[in-house]
Design a protein around this ligand. Structure first.
Ligand code: PMP
Length: 379
């Protein structure tokens, strides 16, 4: 008791004297700003690679009722199944995960990236990827005090610079290599043979991040057995269920069992487990949406290519990267916003993305609004 009283009184004294406590937060964390999500109320939202079909409103009425019935059976007073066994089995079945591989689930694939980097974090550990690449790889490396090396992609088409990749792998001996396939924010698939060479050369794990698999023509999932150091990571976020926060990682069982040790218990909540199982049992609905979005992507691509002053990059994802060659990209972004259309301004992020904006494929009428506003903005 006396100890507690003393502590309180000291704190009260220092407050009264206007003395602030010295923060225990590491300087590199203090220097960060929290992940920024743009305000999008009432806007045409084409900034975050979400699927535009509203769940559950996109379902026939009878299926909506079935889903609600499933949720009604949830027992929220109990912890969820810690291994989400039924959901993992559904994922294995629906996505044809090879029998010899195991699955670990994450609260979004962001959490899986966290698990992977935490598993290898050590003073001499290096995580390697490419630039431009997915922003969470360097962020999470920093959270874990792990050195992050990004090898620049070739500026003309954002393909892999294999000479530089070979050199970096040799020099840094990375514990983990992350390759997003297709890449975010550029949208392209890297050449398959080059990715294979990287998997062969890498001394540690190679994570092929297939967040956009639903829109892409290629995948490494069926090839897990060929490469013992290969991990394939995916998410339901881009397929239509971003609100559930569910990612999955497939790899050799001995590798998954290491990740399972550092996974926080009950990381996949009950409502997500039930909803994801239900949604995946009706996978054809999600597949049809992905096909429709690929058709929309093709149309959007052609329309953008027809606009003078734009350099449009090929995409195997649900977004398109383009460069405004004669107009200031941030000005175009601001004009679009003014017209009620939110996309992503990447022009100030790195040199190779100078003048670049990224638009997510939406519903046909959303895409039309975007194209009309863009035409106006380009003048
Ligand atoms: N990987 C890539 C390449 C991404 O673009 C994203 C999301 N933008 C993620 C992983 C994370 O997805 P989530 O956490 O929603 O599963």
């Amino acid at each position: 008791m006396p100890v507690r009283l003393k502590t309180v009184s000291r704190r009260m004294r220092s407050r009264a004297a206007g003395v602030s406590m010295k923060t225990p937060v590491r300087p590199e964390i203090q220097a960060l700003s929290a992940y920024h999500v743009a305000e999008a109320d009432g806007m045409v939202k084409l900034d975050a690679m979400e699927n535009p079909y509203a769940w559950p409103a996109c379902l026939p009425e009878a299926l909506q009722q079935q889903w609600l019935e499933v949720l009604r059976q949830a027992r929220l007073n109990r912890y969820p199944d810690p291994h989400a066994k039924r959901l993992a089995a559904t994922i294995r079945d629906v996505f044809a995960v090879p029998a010899a591989s195991d699955i670990v689930l994450g609260n979004g694939s962001d959490e899986l990236i966290h698990l992977l980097i935490t598993a290898v974090a050590a003073p001499d550990a290096v995580v390697l990827s490419v630039a431009p690449g997915f922003v969470m790889y360097p962020m999470i490396a920093l959270f874990n005090r792990v050195k992050y090396v990004a090898v620049p992609l070739l500026a003309e088409d954002f393909s892999l610079d294999m000479a530089a990749m070979r050199e970096a792998i040799e020099q840094y001996q990375p514990k983990v290599v992350f390759l997003a396939y297709p890449n975010n924010p550029t949208g392209n698939l890297f050449a398959r043979q080059q990715v294979e060479e990287i998997i062969d050369r890498a001394p540690g794990w190679v994570v092929i991040d297939e967040a956009y698999a639903a829109f892409a023509a290629d995948s490494f999932l069926s090839r897990l057995r060929e490469f013992p150091n290969l991990l394939v990571m995916r998410t339901l976020s881009k397929m239509g269920l971003a609100g559930l926060r569910l990612g999955y990682l497939c790899a050799a069982p001995e590798l998954v069992s290491e990740l399972d040790k550092i996974r926080l218990p009950y990381n996949i909540n009950s409502l997500t487990q039930l909803s994801a199982e239900f949604a995946l049992a009706h996978r054809e609905i999600l597949d049809q949406q992905a096909s429709a979005l690929c058709r929309q992507r093709q149309q959007m691509m052609e329309r953008l290519q027809d606009m003078p002053g734009l350099q449009v990059f090929p995409s195997q994802a649900n977004f398109i990267l383009f460069r405004t060659q004669h107009k200031d990209a941030s000005g175009v972004f601001a004009a679009l916003k003014q017209s009620g259309v939110l996309i992503k301004d990447l022009s100030a992020t790195t040199e190779s993305l100078k003048g670049c904006l990224r638009v997510t494929i939406g519903l046909a009428d959303e895409n039309e609004k975007f194209l009309a506003a863009l035409e106006m903005a380009l003048g």
